[in-house]
Design a protein around this ligand. Structure first.
Ligand code: CMC
Length: 436
């Protein structure tokens, strides 16, 4: 529970008002400014929401200074070691880890809802060759609203339950179908006898001429990768989900918005961008040149897979993925020169004052691409993998948002354009300027 512990005082134009300070269960302090404009006429300015808590949430806790990540209070390392992705999905959506019976019921709900409406299958034929699977995924999820009953704030709890399971389950089917389509192979339908991650691998890699052997090690690894990506509180795509959902849009359009936000290279798209960049550096051979470029303020080049808005310590997810990389590549005897290069880059920049002073560490995306490559996942599917994993997080936040009866997301702005003009006389030569 949050508590109101103290107050702050704001003095402005001879007026003095008190603002409540809200304290979260882990001690986060937030200034409640909801009445500030009414009392003073002031709004806050915070581009990029660097300093804004947009909601109260009970789902995920991050301490960026200490490198802590917990889902519903449970540390990420423990979840990775002890449970499967489906348990984590249940935990995020329902608040507790499932009992054996709840787990069976949830798995069976996912299985019953894993088939894509057969008419939607033909949509895949309309996408051009080479279309990025993230664009296909967001389009298909949006189209689900036309095929399945609408789900929004007015939907009954039971239907919400089924629809949330449907979207978590079907997105996996759509992703695998999109891949099969892109390589010109027949699609593989989901199977009821397989676990969530095994089912996905089978739909991706099974073929009529080359039956796929589901390796337990690949299944374990996919569970780990999906767990570390499953939620990350108010990141860009989750904020998109909450913002779009706050207009009482249906669940499918809301999740499609999250997928679109995730596709950007500064967000989930970074995992593909990292591999492309590592390959470029590898082909060039001069690591120092690229590190110099990353530090050059006049050069837009950034070291992909480094830095994070919240973590100012080592990203705990990156640590898990880096260790898994070492384990999996050793166990499978894969020698990937990009892993050696990635390690070399990390070692170099962690001694560099530019990166030290700015607290720039590898983030979750720095090593994931190397693992996906080793598992045979094509590069343009990397961000899709992130989206599949993030589905339970988006669903959990959407459910939390609708149950809080949150207001529609509608920020204010500070207008800095021209003042009133007259038609015919509107070309004011003065450029708009901030009044400071
Ligand atoms: N390479 C070089 N410099 C960097 C980098 C980087 N990857 N990231 C941040 N900086 C510098 C930045 O130039 C700035 O320097 P200065 O203070 O001198 O102006 C300082 O560090 C702070 O950066 P910022 O851009 O203000 O930080 P932000 O919180 O707005 O951005 C970020 C966070 C993740 C977008 C950014 O670090 C970045 O672009 N990283 C590369 C893309 C990437 O790996 N994204 C995946 C994020 S993790 C997965 C996810 O959840 O989406």
């Amino acid at each position: 529970m949050m508590t109101k512990k103290s107050e702050a005082t704001l003095k402005f134009e001879g007026k003095e008002i008190t603002l409540p300070v809200i304290i979260g269960t882990e001690g986060d302090k937030g200034l409640d400014i909801s009445q500030m404009r009414k009392e003073t006429g002031l709004v806050t300015i915070d581009p990029g929401f660097v300093n804004t808590a947009s909601c109260f949430s009970q789902i995920t806790y991050i301490d960026g200074e200490k490198g802590i990540l917990r889902y519903r209070g449970i540390p990420i390392n423990e979840l990775v070691e002890k449970v499967a992705f489906v348990d984590v999905a249940y935990l995020l959506v329902h608040g507790t880890l499932p009992t054996e019976k709840e787990r069976m019921d949830f798995s069976s709900l996912l299985n019953r809802n894993s088939l894509l409406h057969e008419d939607m299958r033909h949509f895949f034929d309309s996408f051009p060759q080479g279309a990025h699977p993230m664009h296909i995924l967001s389009t298909m999820v949006n189209a689900m609203a036309a095929f399945y009953p609408s789900v929004d704030v007015s939907t009954t709890a039971r239907d919400i339950e089924r629809s949330c399971a449907r979207v978590i389950s079907i997105v996996r089917t759509i992703a695998a179908f999109a891949y099969k389509k892109s390589i010109g192979e027949p699609i593989v339908y989901p199977r009821h006898d397989l676990s969530y991650c095994a089912n996905f691998l089978n739909m991706m890699f099974d073929s009529p001429v080359r039956p796929y052997h589901i390796s337990p090690e690949a299944v374990r690894l996919l569970n780990v990768l999906f767990i570390v990506h499953a939620d990350h509180e108010q990141n860009c795509s989750t904020t998109a989900v909450r913002a779009i959902g706050s207009a009482q849009v249906n669940l499918y359009a809301t999740i499609a918005a999250g997928i679109s936000a995730l596709s950007g290279p500064l967000h989930g798209g970074a995992n593909q961008a990292v591999i492309e960049q590592l390959r470029m550096i590898y082909n060039d051979g001069d690591i120092d040149k690229f590190i110099r470029k990353a530090k050059d303020k006049n050069d837009p080049f950034r070291l992909m897979g480094f830095g994070h808005r919240v973590y100012k310590a080592y990203d705990p997810r990156a640590e898990i993925v880096r260790n898994e990389c070492e384990k999996y590549l050793t166990a499978t005897g894969i020698n990937d020169p990009l892993l050696d290069l990635a390690r070399k880059i990390e070692d170099t920049v962690r001694k560099d004052s530019y990166f030290i002073d700015r607290h720039l560490y590898p983030n979750v995306d720095f090593y994931t691409g190397i693992l996906y490559r080793a598992m045979g996942i094509p590069e343009n599917m990397f961000t899709v993998m992130f989206a599949l994993a993030r589905l339970p997080g988006w669903v959990a936040h959407w459910r939390e948002m609708i149950s809080d009866s949150t207001k529609i997301v509608r920020p204010r702005q500070i207008y800095v354009g021209r003042t009133q003009q007259e038609v015919g006389n509107e070309l004011d030569s003065r450029s708009p300027a901030l009044l400071i």
